[in-house]
Design a protein around this ligand. Structure first.
Ligand SMILES: [Zn+2]
Length: 461
């Protein structure tokens, strides 16, 4: 029996050095340096060039997919097992205590933008392939590592890839959690519109459908009512600011709590409270209607509550609000389980809206992604995880977020975050400040990936 844990440890130094080099690239989309061979700008082109050069030094065949994505492959078989990672990162943001592009290592933790999402997991996948290549055993399926360059800003890389290259037959995406994610909810964005007189002078909040609105600033054509203002905050355990502009115009700010739209119950939507405040305190019909549509995050107020067998509750989030000149627009992000369909959702929402002044239209949609949890792929990946992590308890999972897995059939997300392991308090998660990973997790994930590739793609595994 091959001990992949021991093998991964033997490659630890190389792996850490490659990840440090990769973290040093500020691989963000740069509109100002876009060109034909750099569709996402120069920094991402340089990152991909470096990555493919390293892969080719390790003896892999490499393919630059017109600057949208890259492939490192091993073997010439007609069927392929793929792994999908990404080299782009989200902007640094504020509050870091370390240089986000220096890959500082302290007490076994490497800090840096991309360490957890998704450069670390991508390097683990690369080393899993490198370990197997160096073992030189008889392959059944070709191995591929595909890296995309625009996962965080629309996944155009994978659109391009799937149009210009054959997709591998099956595989996994090291860009989420262990044990593995075999289902991802469908994602629909609806625009609800109403033309109706209102005392709201202006209200613009939120920038993206997939973020719960954490702060809502709005102007109302009323005389400020201090008692009601205090009552509302107390009753809803919420904080608000007021700026009385005149006897007939007041500016309010409501504070909620930002979070991702796939888990809206973890946040507080400030826009809902803005509408609810204006509706209940000043009896404005449009505001009351909007509040009644946004009142819960499990679809009840939109007539689409549903508890899926595999994927759990349908969830809703209002991510963008625009009110001006008696026109109100609400952008709603809906995450739905695979038991229901987009047609079911639009029909039920429209039934509900027929009692209001609002109409709706679908402005974006991606269907749910589902791989049979009893399939050989899921069973094998789960078995390997259990054996190497010692976690016998956690079953395969589903989630509301979206990974690359949904771009190809027979793909599931697989690590490399160990959800059973508590997050160290000084280490940031994906997209957060002081993003970091424990080196021992990087090595363990590499061992798990190597063993998984071995079991799924080798002749006498
Ligand atoms: Zn990612």
């Amino acid at each position: 029996m091959i001990d992949f844990k021991q093998l991964a440890q033997a490659y630890e130094q190389d792996m850490v050095q490659d990840l440090k080099d990769l973290i040093s690239f500020p691989s963000l989309t740069d509109e100002s340096s876009i060109s034909k061979d750099a569709p996402f700008g120069q920094p991402l082109k340089e990152t991909l060039d470096w990555f493919l050069k390293r892969c080719s030094e390790y003896g892999f065949d490499v393919d630059n997919v017109d600057g949208y994505a890259g492939v490192a492959s091993y073997g010439k078989q007609s069927t392929a097992l793929g792994m999908l990672g990404h080299l782009d990162v989200v902007p640094v943001g504020e509050g870091w205590s370390k240089d986000p592009f220096k890959a500082v290592i302290e007490n076994g933790v490497m800090f840096g933008r991309g360490t957890g999402d998704d450069k670390g997991p991508t390097v683990a996948a690369l080393y899993a392939m490198r370990i197997l290549k160096d073992l030189n055993l008889p392959l059944k399926h070709q191995l591929q590592l595909i890296v995309g360059l625009d996962e965080e800003t629309g996944m155009r890389c994978m659109d391009y890839f799937t149009k210009h290259r054959p997709s591998p037959d099956f595989g996994f995406v090291p860009d989420a959690y262990f044990p593995l994610i075999y289902g991802e909810k469908g994602i629909a964005n609806l625009l609800l519109t109403s033309q109706h007189s209102t005392i709201i002078e202006s209200f613009h909040a939120g920038e993206r459908p997939n973020i719960v609105i954490g702060k809502a600033n709005f102007k109302v054509k009323v005389k400020h009512h201090q008692e009601a203002f205090e009552w509302y905050q107390k009753a809803h355990r919420l904080s608000m600011d007021v700026n009385v502009i005149s006897d007939s115009l007041v500016e309010y700010t409501a504070y909620g709590d930002y979070t991702h739209a796939s888990t809206p119950h973890k946040g507080i939507n400030a826009a809902y409270h803005a509408f609810n405040f204006v509706g209940s305190v000043y009896h404005d019909q449009l505001a009351s209607e909007a509040a009644s549509l946004l009142a819960d995050v499990m679809g009840k107020s939109l007539n689409i509550a549903f508890d899926g067998v595999h994927m759990g509750w349908l969830s809703t989030n209002c991510g963008i609000v625009n009110v001006s000149e008696n026109k109100c627009e609400l952008t709603i992000d809906i995450r739905y389980p695979n038991d229901v369909s987009i047609d079911w959702i639009t029909q039920r929402v429209n039934e509900r809206l027929s009692q209001t002044s609002f109409t709706s239209k679908v402005i974006a949609h991606k269907g749910p992604h589902f791989v049979d949890p009893s399939s050989e792929l899921v069973q094998t990946l789960h078995r390997v995880y259990k054996e190497y992590s010692g976690d016998d308890f956690t079953p395969p999972l589903t989630m509301g977020g979206g990974t690359y897995a949904r771009t190809m059939p027979n793909f599931v997300a697989y690590g490399m975050k160990f959800i059973t392991k508590p997050q160290l308090p000084h280490v940031g998660d994906a997209h957060q400040k002081d993003e970091g990973i424990e080196i021992e997790d990087l090595v363990l994930a590499t061992a798990i990936y190597a063993k998984a590739l071995y079991e799924l793609a080798y002749e006498d595994a």
